[in-house]
Write a protein that binds this ligand. Structure first.
Ligand code: TRP
Length: 437
């Protein structure tokens, strides 16, 4: 992968039904940034996280469908981004364990969500950990695995999640310190100040927990009813109205162009009736949402289609997570015993025993490379490249990234059976470790 692209990754917990606040605050900006040429995006349904908050299987399944359909209907292109369901990636719980073993318990004691539960228990005279599952306690480690598994640089999240990203960095640093300095990429949180925090029907932040939301894909009539119930002050038609502090105005603004917003503000100053303002708001939102609503309905009616898209996404994700996890396991010492024996022999004469890359030109005028073991056995054999720089590029990628680069080069290699593949991967890992020493 080119080094100039930034990897964005974010997860959506599958416990609810998306509302306008989710759309404006997360979905719409994510879809927009996924279209940028310099961005590589990973979006996933965090259904393992959902289990921590919700023990209703029907609700989890339904929410997974609704959230997947919402993102697709909102324009996320699964060909362009990697869109998958967390529980389809077995490497995530595997990495969670590797990370658990380098995570200080004290770090987790300080997590806001956990501390809030403990504080609440203490206030009400309960045992500190009353009702706290180990899942809740481990939440930040699972989240770190989500992020680190795909080498994310940037993680767009709400403010409440910043601490979790910082913990992911801490955990990654501990792992790298123990097992190799560049194994895990340290992620950064991105909190977009531009993105509006949408007020709900009652003027407080739109949130499921306040029961003040406008669901994104309710039928038109229902959407209108909700909008009509937005709380306003009691000013009569003809009286000038304040835009400041008006939930109605803020929601409008989140959907409108600056020109439309200015016109709406003028209408407020001119004393537009609240009923009329609500009608305009409904029309403005509906203009954006109506086309998506049709696609959403189609997807909800075809869950098998959504399932197919998610499984294809998982396959794409696992092409990265599987080899990378092998590399991380190796680094931590979960290794083939055959290879360990070899490794021990090498300590005596490490350099001499390393596999080597060789690039050369054949009579056909094409450029080739191969990777050979110290004993001369050929481990990887490339097909011909027209351009020597491409062959050199492939070698460089394999040297720098080891097994992680193998998938990208595979099409240019002579076919490997699984034993050959294992030997080649072990050799690449060995080279990577030697380079880090
Ligand atoms: N914890 C996040 C939330 O509640 C959801 C989530 C799970 C997530 N894994 C993630 C977000 C990884 C970003 C990256 O919003």
């Amino acid at each position: 992968m080119s080094t100039s692209t930034t990897r964005f990754l974010t997860g959506i917990t599958t416990t609810g039904t998306p509302h306008l606040g989710n759309y404006v605050g997360a979905i719409r900006p994510a879809v927009q940034s996924s279209l940028r040429a310099d961005v590589q995006s990973y979006y996933f349904l965090a259904d393992y996280h959902a289990l921590i908050k919700c023990d209703d299987p029907v609700r989890i399944q339904r929410s997974t469908l609704e959230i997947a359909a919402t993102w697709l209907a909102a324009g996320l292109d699964p060909e362009r981004v990697t869109f998958y369901r967390q529980s389809d990636i077995p490497e995530i719980p595997e990495l969670t364990w590797l990370l658990t073993c380098v995570t200080g318990k004290g770090l987790l004691n300080r997590a806001h969500a956990y501390k809030a539960s403990v504080d609440k228990n203490l206030e009400t005279g309960q045992e500190p950990d009353d009702g706290v599952t180990a899942g809740l306690f481990m939440y930040p480690v699972l989240m770190a695995a989500d992020i680190l598994m795909f080498k994310a640089h940037k993680v767009p999240v709400g403010r409440d999640q910043i601490q979790h990203i910082e913990m992911a960095r801490d955990i990654a640093s501990s792992f790298n310190h123990l097992y190799g300095k560049d194994l895990l990429v340290l992620p950064e949180a991105v909190v977009d100040e531009q993105v509006a925090l949408l007020p709900g029907l009652d003027g407080r932040k739109m949130s499921k927990s306040y029961d003040n939301t406008i669901p994104l894909f309710v039928p038109q009539a229902e959407m209108k009813k909700r909008i009509l119930s937005i709380v306003t002050d009691s000013r009569a038609p003809g009286e000038p109205k304040d835009t400041e502090g008006s939930a109605l105005f803020q929601i409008y603004q989140a959907f409108a162009t600056p020109e439309e917003t200015a016109a709406f503000a003028q209408a407020f100053a001119d004393g537009i009736a609240w009923g009329e303002a609500k009608q305009l708001l409904f029309e403005r939102i509906d203009r954006e949402i109506a086309p998506m609503r049709a696609r959403y309905a189609e997807l909800i009616a075809n869950p098998a289609e959504v399932e197919r898209i998610l499984l294809a996404g998982a396959e794409k994700a696992r092409a990265e997570s599987a080899p990378y996890t092998r590399q991380l396991r190796e680094a931590a010492g979960l290794r083939s015993l055959a290879q360990a024996a070899q490794g021990a022999a090498q300590t005596a004469d490490k350099k001499a025993a390393l596999p080597v890359f060789k690039q050369y030109r054949e009579k056909d005028g094409q450029f080739y490379f191969k990777l050979s073991a110290a004993n001369g056995e050929v481990l990887l054999q490339s097909k011909g490249y027209a351009n020597p720089r491409d062959a050199a590029g492939a070698i460089a990628a394999l040297k720098q990234q080891g097994v992680a680069a193998l998938a990208g080069v595979m099409a240019q290699l002579e076919t490997l059976d699984s034993a050959q593949q294992q030997a080649a991967e072990a050799a690449l890992q060995q080279l990577l470790e030697a380079a880090q020493d």
